[in-house]
Design a protein around this ligand. Structure first.
Ligand code: GRG
Length: 308
């Protein structure tokens, strides 16, 4: 893997996401007591890469172009994209808790439970899931979405986040600690824990743009997102093994310490790198023939080349 500077387009688009997150939290948390609002703001506004909302926005723009329609004016799609980042922020807060991975450093800062205590962190995480649904509802009118489209968006996000997705993957991940895991078992863990939410982010961009379900609509985007999500996790596993704590913003070597099932753990470092590249390549092939997919392709490269 070669490290390259972050593309300006990614930096600029991330600034739009940051502004949307601040706007959304200012709006929804006004009147919420400071003790409840502070850990929520801390968890969401700490410096993350914002990969999932960036994918949603890029997918929306590509799908609008494919449909021959201009993207919605203003920041409406960035407002929708907050929904996937809010779910992601919840998953990080809960993943770090003492009863899960018991981590103390996240995004270069003390984890939410270290900063605010386990009870406050648990509650902040729980508050983020309904806030994610509210982000979809708030964006519906500015994006001109029908009730049916809103139902598809909520359904897609919930299926990817709950027992059939992220929570289910997390359970498999915890059960696999210290055990022998097959390649199929690893794929099931990483699909649920990581790839499903990434795929949902891409699919939601397509849904909001007006693509129908199925092969003539969002199916190709979902396949792209699932493969990219697995590639994302392969790189995450590799960085945990050979990155450094300061650059990662989280403690290096935690997967090994917790005896987690990982790509390098099962296949070795070199083969894990090859698998990551292969997954990213097969994800990109799903974009062939889709006009205006440059932003999605740029994000694939960003994900593969990242250092944290
Ligand atoms: C409470 C039962 C229950 C479950 C909660 C904790 C949980 C569900 C799921 C964990 C999912 C998880 C944390 C997966 C790891 C995914 C991953 C690679 C996270 C790191 O994502 P980045 O690199 O982080 O995008 P930043 O900080 O950039 O946002």
């Amino acid at each position: 893997m070669s490290a390259t500077a972050e593309p300006v387009a990614v930096t600029e688009r991330r600034a739009e996401v940051e502004a949307a997150l601040v706007r959304f939290l200012d709006d929804r948390l006004s009147g919420v007591p400071a003790g409840a609002a502070a850990p929520i703001r801390y968890a969401v506004l700490s410096p993350g890469k914002r990969v999932r909302p960036l994918l949603l926005i890029a997918s929306y723009r590509a799908a609008r172009c494919a449909l021959g329609r201009p993207p919605a004016a203003g920041d409406a799609v960035a407002d929708l994209a907050c929904s996937v980042e809010l779910v992601h922020a919840y998953s990080l807060v809960h993943d770090d808790l003492p009863c899960m991975d018991d981590d103390v450093l996240r995004r270069g800062r003390p984890t939410a439970h270290v900063q605010f205590g386990a009870a406050a962190a648990l509650l902040a995480g729980a508050a983020l899931m309904p806030l994610a649904v509210e982000a979809i509802l708030c964006a519906a009118v500015p994006l001109g979405l029908t009730d049916g489209t809103v139902r598809r968006l909520v359904g897609c996000l919930c299926a990817a986040s709950g027992a059939t997705g992220m929570v289910g993957g997390q359970l498999l991940d915890l059960e696999a600690e210290g055990r022998e895991v097959t390649a199929e078992g690893l794929e099931a863990i990483h699909s649920g824990k990581t790839a499903r939410l990434i795929a949902a982010s891409v699919a939601m961009g397509g849904i909001a743009a007006g693509l129908p379900p199925g092969e003539d609509g969002t199916a190709r985007l979902e396949r792209f997102g699932l493969r990219l999500g697995l590639a994302f996790q392969a790189i995450d596993d590799i960085l945990d093994l050979r990155g450094d704590t300061r650059e990662l913003g989280k403690e290096q070597g935690r997967d090994a310490a917790l005896r987690k099932a990982t790509y390098p753990g099962i296949f070795g470092l070199e083969e894990a790198e090859r698998i990551g590249r292969e997954l990213a390549g097969s994800a990109e092939r799903e974009l062939d023939g889709l006009p205006a997919a440059e932003e999605l392709r740029l994000l694939v490269r960003y994900i593969i080349d990242r250092r944290h």
